[in-house]
Ligand binder design. Structure first.
Ligand code: URP
Ligand code: ZN
Ligand code: ZN
Length: 458
């Protein structure tokens, strides 16, 4: 099957031009002005922007967490992602403490295979680093899982100590991988959570007050120091605040590079939501921050200190959030965003003049592809690349509401938000996946993306 997309305005991380795109099977094989090839199907993209398919490197699908499971599975989650222009996601495998990485990999692969609608890959979350885990790092890299996630928080559940961290970094560096981190000080947070509970301070606001900025700034600095010492490539997930970004900024003064991801919620909504009756909807870790932190993050994107905007999509239905109605520490942490990252960032970032169109593509697609070893197959529009394309109307206005979204969750964290810019058509490896709000591919179409070893020189 061949397709010709006519007259779209093609935006990549470093280009902006009007041309036609010719696709054979899954791959782009020609780009040019007024291509004359005959195609089985022609799509008119006049007046539309064309972006490379979005890559969300931080999602949690069917994740066992805090006594329940995140409510989107591989089918609902990757399909919702496609509706919003995200063609590839990277989910987190969680090692069970006492068990092997291989066992966790088999479990997650079993969940994903045959069920994903969109393409996916995995990070491996190492929750128990020991001699036996050490021996499995090489194997995982050979399987195409080249990034290893660590938690400096969630004490008593997922957290590892600094001894394990440094050992993991040494091994991951040897094997050509990267260590990624949830960088907040788990001991401080544990202390503050217990203190607030004893004082009877149990509302969602105390989730926020148990994770002050210093807990993230301190851990980010410690992580940067450890990656500097071990020379292991490092990536901080869901960075939220000024103090933490300044730790990364300081690291650059000794010529270090630490990759930084923020998430769409930290750019667009703030901690005042915790005062609301339904504040549990925004209980996530780290918590939402202040307006001054949003300003830091937008600036950080433009300064090149923040390379990626993900979602940390980890949805829980309201019924699940109610597990913590009497105690904030029992509210499952996480919020739904996989479907709206691309449109929110366009509307809040590009339309409002905070970031350029090229920067938009860089942080939503190109940089995640480069950092996580998928480039140039994914993350750009070029000859030989997968035909993962988003045809986008930059002028169409629409409103986010849970009554029409596609995520398996009964509320929206952005209910009633009016956005400018809408995903119209999405192609995944040459197939039209979404057209005018309809999904045209089935579960099982989504493929595992085996990733290359990482490079710090993106
Ligand atoms: O609140 C969050 N972020 N939930 C998902 C797990 C994590 O820490 O990323
Ligand atoms: Zn986290
Ligand atoms: Zn997460």
């Amino acid at each position: 099957m061949t397709k010709l997309i006519k007259n779209g305005r093609i935006i990549t991380a470093d280009a902006d031009y009007v041309a036609d795109i010719f696709i054979e099977g899954e791959i782009i094989t020609a780009i040019g002005k007024t291509l004359q090839m005959h195609a089985d199907e022609t799509i008119d993209a006049t007046g539309m922007l064309i972006f490379p398919g979005g890559i969300d490197p931080h999602v949690h699908l069917s994740m066992p967490f805090m006594g329940t499971f995140s409510s989107d599975d591989y089918t609902t989650g990757t399909r919702a992602a496609l509706y919003g222009g995200t063609t590839t996601v990277i989910d987190f495998i969680l090692q069970k403490q006492g068990n092997s990485l291989r066992a966790a990999f088999d479990e997650w692969r079993g969940r994903a295979t045959g069920n994903a609608v969109g393409d996916y890959s995995f990070h491996m979350a190492v929750t128990d680093f020991n001699d036996s885990t050490k021996g499995e790092i090489k194997e995982m890299v050979e399987e195409g899982i080249t990034s290893f996630k660590t938690f400096m928080a969630y004490k008593g559940a997922l957290m590892i100590d600094d001894r394990q961290m440094i050992g993991l970094m040494d091994e991951v560096k040897q094997q050509g991988g990267m260590v990624t981190v949830h960088a907040t000080n788990g001991d401080m947070i544990d202390y503050l959570v217990q203190k607030h509970r004893v004082e009877g301070k149990l509302s969602p606001l105390y989730h926020y007050l148990s994770q002050p900025e210093v807990t993230e700034a301190e851990a980010s600095e410690r992580f940067a120091d450890m990656t500097n010492y071990t020379e292991c490539p490092g990536y901080i997930v869901h960075l939220t605040c000024e103090g933490a970004l300044n730790a990364v900024r300081n690291a650059t003064r000794r010529n270090q590079k630490v990759f930084v991801e923020t998430c769409i919620q930290y750019l667009t909504i703030d901690a005042s939501l915790y005062e609301r009756e339904d504040g549990a909807k925004w209980v996530m870790s780290p918590p939402l921050r202040e307006k001054k932190d949003q300003a830091t993050l937008w600036a950080g994107i433009n300064q090149g200190l923040v390379q990626v905007v993900g979602t940390d999509h980890c949805p829980f239905k309201w019924e699940q959030k109610l597990m913590g109605k009497d105690d904030f520490s029992k509210i499952p942490n996480g919020h739904p965003a996989i479907e709206h990252r691309m449109e929110l960032l366009f509307s809040e970032g590009v339309v409002k003049g905070k970031i350029s169109l090229n920067k938009y593509v860089e942080v939503t697609s190109t940089n995640p592809a480069k950092i996580f070893g998928m480039f140039p197959r994914k993350g750009t529009i070029g000859i030989g690349c997968d035909a993962d394309l988003v045809i986008f109307d930059p002028a169409e206005k629409h409103t986010i509401t849970a009554s029409s979204h596609h995520m398996n969750v009964d509320y929206s964290a952005y209910e009633g938000w009016e956005l400018t810019g809408k995903v119209k058509t999405v192609l995944l490896r040459g197939q039209v996946a979404i057209n005018n709000n309809e999904c045209l591919i089935d579960k099982g179409y989504g493929q595992f993306v085996k990733r290359k070893k990482v490079s710090q020189n993106i």
